[in-house]
Design a protein around this ligand. Structure first.
Ligand code: SAM
Ligand code: SF4
Length: 335
């Protein structure tokens, strides 16, 4: 049998990076991400562990070398560690160069050692504030102590941690330098993210939208920011901060354009392949997986996806009260 063709879209972008959401459920309710009373997907619609593995396998066979597990909160899925173990076997010559995850950190204390044992070396942990009452208001759960415990466990287990913080006007803007200095002191790189118009929440995100070029100008008053050419093929631009010795990334989906070098696609927990975070175009991999001839159906689905991946996203957050650019929540497609 010939090997399946690598994934290359019609703009000649090779797809080597998959973000796979393993659940849309979460133990937090970050206000910019989901409403308190979030409607979660019916469990029966969510891919089984075996299906998640098969989908990942199909991508690895077609040239994906980096896989990020996300959610919702990936570590609330009970069989998550089994999936990480199964995928970890593809590291080191089995097609995968990196297996990683994005987590809110609440359950890291429990799982950090298992992740390392399965071959995970680096993770992203989302943390927007170090102030317990702010955290409780922002995440609608008083879970900062668990997250800090999780971070300590990750460090002890030898995991390299990058912190992701959503920059929010009037919420954590005043605290960003302290958050960055603290993280760098702990040996964690930091990436700041602009809030994106994904899914309805109970507030108008425009109230808190903070363009990162303003944040960057503020930081330049305080520190020496040295541009770093490192590229992930993603939307982040990096600087090294001379005074802290740490790295800082800026993800600017709204003010920057990074689409030309896009190397990634996303799959939801129900097996919907989204070719662009900022678009509605999708291909149903679950239907392919559950068909009579999954191999042929998957090949066909991948060909359709590569033919349809859009050239660039079309986010806009500049109209007060405007409907979200994309109706699904970040927790559906994963970060
Ligand atoms: N629960 C995990 C976590 O929080 O890291 C993984 C999923 S979460 C959806 C992934 C990332 O998306 C987090 O860093 C979160 O802050 C970010 N995020 C969620 N909603 C967002 C939005 N509307 N705009 C920008 N970032 C968002
Ligand atoms: Fe949960 Fe992550 Fe969304 Fe926060 S950002 S509600 S932790 S999925």
């Amino acid at each position: 049998m010939t090997a399946p063709a690598p994934l290359v879209d019609r703009f000649a972008r090779a797809i080597t990076y998959l973000r796979l959401s393993v659940t849309d459920r979460c133990d937090l309710r970050c206000t910019y991400c989901m409403p308190e009373r979030m409607t979660f997907l019916p469990r029966a619609d969510v891919l089984s562990l075996e299906e998640l593995y098969k989908v990942s396998r199909a991508f690895i066979d077609r040239g994906v070398t980096k896989l990020r597990l996300t959610g919702g909160e990936p570590l609330v899925r009970r069989d998550m560690v089994d999936l990480v173990r199964a995928l970890g076997r593809h590291l080191g010559g089995g097609g995968l160069q990196e297996l990683t995850l994005t987590t809110n950190g609440t359950r890291l204390a429990e799982f950090a050692d298992d992740l390392v044992a399965a071959g995970v070396r680096r993770i992203n942990v989302s943390l927007d504030t170090l102030d317990r009452s702010r955290f409780a208001a922002l995440a609608r759960r008083d879970s900062l102590p668990q997250v800090l415990e999780g971070l300590a466990a990750a460090r002890a287990a030898g995991l390299k941690v990058k912190l992701n913080a959503v920059a929010l006007k009037g919420v954590n803007q005043d605290e960003l330098p302290d958050l960055i200095a603290w993280a760098h002191g702990q040996g964690h790189d930091v990436t700041l993210i602009e809030v994106m118009p994904l899914g309805d929440v109970e507030e108008d995100r425009l109230d808190h939208y903070l363009p990162l070029d303003a944040v960057r100008r503020d930081l330049e008053q305080r520190w020496t920011l040295v541009p770093n050419a490192v590229s992930t093929g993603g939307p982040a631009r990096y600087v090294d901060i001379a005074e802290t010795g740490g790295r800082l990334g800026f993800i600017t989906p709204l003010t920057g354009n990074f689409c030309a070098t896009c190397n990634r696609v996303r799959v939801t927990a129900t097996g919907q392949l989204y070719m662009c975070l900022g678009g509605e175009g999708r291909v149903d991999l679950r239907a392919a997986l559950r068909s009579d001839d999954p191999d042929a159906a998957l090949t066909d689905a991948f060909a359709r996806a590569m033919g349809e991946k859009q050239e660039r996203h079309a986010f806009a957050i500049d109209r007060a009260g405007a409907a979200p650019a994309v109706s699904r929540h970040m927790s559906t497609t994963g970060g």
